[in-house]
Design a protein around this ligand. Structure first.
Ligand code: THU
Length: 128
């Protein structure tokens, strides 16, 4: 099942998180419409504001590999409860695929699936 596979890839990606400041490791796995996978994990910095979320790492890797159409992203954190993507990451995802699926997970092997447009109904766009 593709959702299970995506979550598994996000868990693997989380291992590469660099999160010495927050101690909160996040992994993300992105599935493109063409069927390719791209993963990311958060990378923090001593200058805290320069830290980048797992989701944006995955998207930027995909875009820089020539992929701009996404079907789904799965996100795993390292706390208890569901991890929701931050607003900045929602905006970055919506730039490319405002109707994609966002799969969030908790620490008990549960997941929830949302359409990105439900999480961020209005996006900033220069086309408006
Ligand atoms: N973080 C992510 O990577 N993705 C999210 O969806 C939420 C937060 C990271 C940023 C920071 O490195 C750490 O989690 C704590 O906020």
């Amino acid at each position: 099942m593709i959702i299970t596979e995506l979550i598994c890839k996000a868990q693997e990606a989380r291992e590469l998180a660099y999160a010495p400041y927050s101690g909160f490791k996040v992994g993300a796995a992105l599935l493109t419409k063409s069927g390719a996978f791209f993963t990311g994990a958060n990378v923090e910095n001593a200058s805290y504001g320069l830290s980048v979320c797992a989701e944006r790492i995955a998207v930027f890797k995909a875009v820089n590999s020539g992929e701009r159409e996404f079907a789904a992203i799965a996100i795993v954190g390292s706390g208890s409860g569901f991890i929701y993507p931050c607003g900045a990451c929602l905006q970055v995802l919506a730039e490319f695929s405002p109707q994609m699926n966002v799969i969030i997970t908790d620490d008990k092997n549960n997941y929830k699936e949302y359409n990105l447009s439900a999480m961020l109904p209005q996006i900033f766009s220069l086309e408006k």
